[in-house]
Design a binder for this molecule. Structure first.
Ligand code: PMP
Length: 375
């Protein structure tokens, strides 16, 4: 099977795994047990990782908190809202933003779901227009996991800063793929995760700008300065720092390579398959992302027919749920077309040869499905 679902997750880079391994065995200490050398040894690895990640993001190490992944980071970020306050989120956020927003709404927070345009962009004017005197926080993702749209977060964060509103961005798909410098982007909170950039699963982080006090979801031993209690996942933290460290030198080149592969695939598919259309923008898009709709085809049948490729129809967190993608519906794709859409996520392992195969297989499978369903 050729893996083209890199938005869902990525394989752990062997160099990352190598850095993690000692922390499962000889360097097994609990980073909070600083009364002995094993504990201090783990604690120093965690602090080194914090410094390295802070450097990667243009932040200070005191602003980085480790979590179990971006889902938890997003939930902690939204936990800043109190009843009576107002929250703004975009219509194409991941479920780990939309679900806590729903829960907050039933607890007395007012929530505005900001529409996006046909390419998935949030308009700064629309965000500015949605701000009310009681708006506490706005959350707009840095890049979308289905259609790859890269949001203008610098502008969005700046206007929130001017209006005294906190700005959070879910950078799960963006961090480690596009340049994000918190030294120049006035964003107050940012969520990231290791497993989208060749790091391990179950580890992520939240940047919280100095002066903002994040509130914990779980309380206990007070680890991570009270923001996230629980024994720190030391191998995970070390692996995440190693994964992002590798991105420093590899991200730009990989981005260029994947853009070429992706655009080539895009052009081939539209040329070969009648009734095919691409969702999302051509520029300001994650390099490895392509989202294509096929008229008169059910994505489920197509994915099943594509025996040589691991594909998906959208977010893994929603797959298994039937119904068209809310992201595609939010950009104005019809329900029927949304049901005939697949997401392609290219990554490190993909080659030009595979793109030729992918285009051929998709062309044949779409033709065959249309032929069978037309009978
Ligand atoms: N936000 C976005 C945009 C994502 O794509 C994902 C992963 N599908 C998440 C949040 C959740 O991240 P994690 O798997 O680290 O909880």
């Amino acid at each position: 099977m050729i893996y083209v679902d890199h938005h869902s997750t990525t394989p752990c880079d062997p160099r990352v795994l190598e850095r993690m391994l000692p922390f499962f065995s000889e360097r097994f200490g609990n980073s909070a047990s600083i009364t002995h050398s094993q504990g201090r040894n783990a604690a120093s690895a965690v602090e080194e990782a914090r410094i390295s990640l802070a450097r990667f993001l243009g932040a200070d190490s005191s602003e980085i908190y480790f979590t179990a992944g971006a889902t938890e980071s997003n939930n902690i970020a939204l936990n800043l809202l109190d009843p009576g306050q107002h929250l703004i989120v975009s219509a194409i956020e991941h479920k780990s933003i939309l679900e806590p927003a729903k829960r907050l709404e039933s607890a007395g927070v007012s929530v505005t779901i900001l529409p996006v345009d046909r390419e998935g962009f949030v308009a700064p004017d629309a965000l500015a227009g949605a701000i009310r005197p009681n708006t506490r926080l706005a959350s707009v993702m840095a890049a979308n996991s289905e259609i790859g749209t890269i949001e203008p977060i610098r502008e969005l964060a700046s206007l929130c800063r001017e209006r005294g509103v906190l700005f959070h961005t879910d950078a799960t798909q963006a961090a480690g793929k596009i340049a994000l410098d918190l030294g120049t982007i006035p964003c107050d909170l940012l969520s990231f995760s290791a497993h989208k950039v060749y790091g391990p699963k179950g580890i992520g982080g939240l940047f919280v700008r100095r002066g903002v006090r994040a509130r914990p979801l779980v309380v206990g031993g007070g680890q991570e300065r009270g923001v996230r209690s629980g024994t720190v996942n030391v191998p995970g933290v070390v692996g995440m720092a190693a994964a992002f460290d590798l991105r420093t030198s590899e991200m730009a080149e990989e981005g260029q390579r994947l853009t070429i592969l992706r655009n080539d695939l895009w052009d081939r598919l539209l040329a070969a398959i009648p009734g095919a259309s691409v969702n999302g923008p051509r520029g300001l898009r994650l390099a490895g992302n392509l989202n294509v709709s096929f008229e008169r085809v059910e994505a489920e049948s197509l994915i099943h027919a594509m025996r040589r490729f691991s594909l998906s129809s959208g977010s893994a967190c929603s797959s298994g749920e039937h119904g068209p993608s809310p992201v595609l519906r939010a950009i104005g794709v019809s329900e029927a077309l949304a049901r005939g859409s697949i997401r392609i996520g290219l990554g490190k392992s993909n080659t030009a040869e595979q793109m030729t195969m992918l285009a051929e297989d998709l062309t044949h499978s779409v033709e065959r499905i249309r032929r069978i369903t037309a009978v």
